[in-house]
Design a protein around this ligand. Structure first.
Ligand code: UD1
Length: 422
């Protein structure tokens, strides 16, 4: 298993390109199942997760072509050859569950394993299934599989989500585009990835209004055409490198980043003492000298503070001059990075869904273990700011969500290398 070795203490100075958003790309890939014509996705991140999704689509009969130099993926679902997504494929990545809605909408039935994914909490899919039931699907769970059928097609419905779910909002949208009649989604998630998916579906001929707000209306259409769509830039990748620059110190341009998709993070980073500005080519982040200030944060659905940046922000606040409180409200088991950060000398006390971080003047390098995608990159950030060498083990978690991480950081002066193990 590969490891990443970091010798901390070098400031980050330079340009870091920001790629397309993993979380958007995965749902856009699933959207290809809805049309017999090709969907061309530009600005595609080349990651373990997006490759994996492409393999799953291929197993369902989709013709897949990566045009690597152009960062483009062409998906053509002329025919659906299979409507079964087996356990071995879905357990590896939760987002693969998102093929259920498009298959149900296009073919009228699907059998998809219940998902696995990161070990950050229970993460059920009950809201997804209730949305399909509201649209008239019959849903049965048998031996770990969801068997869904709507042989006469899905019907538009009014769906009020009891709480905000990104996945359920996207999944309901993916199914409702081909339903008969109108679907209204209330208490919908407002993440930029939702608007990105709606833009792509609308380019394919769907009629979606209100995506990005809590109420989305989908007017069903009989069929969708092909389209070319550019994946929105990754706000989590953007935030991660911004926090790395703030923790290590330095001056970086996050090229291609959308400043407005990370307002909650910028407020926290400015309060901590970093400078963040919108630039013509992206976002400019700087921090020079001195300790960072402590800041309290609470994760929330967009436009609140993203849970996917909580671990990385904790890494920064480990070095603050004072105490910070971090409350996690989205996932119940998302402080697995805290004991690993403690191995570097951080002082963190976790009580239920709250962590109290007492800043220390210095962190010291140590061997650590990556536990999930965002947690592992928080260890890289802490390692960049620590004295001496940090070795992050089990980096396959990082490869799921961060393309060319070592190259991007090394390009800005970080001392970081991947150590391959045979
Ligand atoms: C997506 C993101 C993930 C991010 C999360 C919250 C992808 C591939 N992943 O995950 O990186 O951390 O949004 O921003 O886009 N829940 C239920 N029942 C359901 C669905 C969700 O109880 O049917 C719960 C979850 O367990 C969680 C909360 O709702 O506690 C929010 O989850 P959700 O917004 O659905 O997250 P994901 O779409 O899985």
């Amino acid at each position: 298993m590969d490891r990443i070795a970091i010798t901390g203490g070098s400031a980050l100075n330079g340009v870091i390109p920001i790629y397309g958003a993993k979380n958007s790309a995965l749902k856009l890939q699933a959207a290809a199942l809805l049309s017999p014509e090709p969907l061309v996705l530009e600005n595609m991140p080349d990651l373990a997760d997006t490759r994996f999704m492409a393999q799953l689509l291929a197993s369902l009969g989709v013709e897949v072509a990566w045009i690597k130099e152009a960062r483009t993926l062409r998906l053509h679902a002329a025919e659906i050859a299979s409507t079964i997504a087996p356990y071995d494929q879905v357990r590896k990545m939760r987002a693969s569950f998102n093929v259920l809605g498009p298959l149900l909408a296009r073919v009228g039935h699907a059998t998809v394993s219940l998902p696995g994914g990161c070990a950050i909490g229970a993460r059920p899919v009950d809201l997804h299934l209730k949305a399909f039931e509201a649209m008239g699907a019959d849903i049965h769970i048998e031996q770990g599989y969801v068997k869904a059928a709507a042989l006469r097609g899905l019907k538009g419905a009014e769906i009020a989500f009891p709480f905000v779910s990104v996945g359920a909002t996207e999944h309901a949208m993916l199914a409702a585009v081909l339903a008969q009649g109108d679907t209204v989604l209330r208490n919908a998630a407002c993440e930029p990835e939702i608007a990105d998916l709606a833009d792509c579906l609308n380019a394919m001929g769907a009629r979606i209004e209100g995506a990005g707000s809590p109420e989305i209306t989908v007017r069903g259409v009989a069929r969708l055409a092909g389209a070319t769509h550019r994946v929105v830039s990754d706000r989590i990748e953007t935030g991660t490198y911004a926090l790395a620059a703030a923790a290590a110190g330095g001056d970086v341009l996050l090229e291609g980043a959308n400043f407005h998709h990370n307002e909650a993070l910028w407020a926290v980073m400015k309060a901590a003492g970093a400078s963040v500005e919108e630039a013509s080519r992206g976002v400019h982040v700087r921090r020079r000298g001195g300790r960072v200030a402590p800041v309290d944060i609470e994760t929330a659905p967009y436009p609140g503070f993203p849970t996917d940046l909580q671990a990385q922000t904790m890494a920064l606040l480990c070095l603050a001059d004072g105490q910070s409180r971090i409350k996690e409200t989205i996932f119940e088991n998302r402080f697995m990075h805290a004991p690993e950060l403690a191995r570097l000398g951080a002082q963190i006390a976790v009580h239920g869904n709250e962590a109290v971080v007492t800043g220390v003047e210095r962190l010291f390098g140590a061997p650590v273990m990556a536990t999930d995608l965002r947690a592992s990159v928080s260890l890289v950030i802490a390692g960049l700011a620590a004295e001496g060498q940090t070795v992050v083990n089990r980096v396959y978690h990082l490869d799921r969500g961060f393309e060319r991480l070592e190259a991007k950081l090394a390009g800005c002066g970080a001392q970081i290398e991947r150590q391959r193990e045979d």
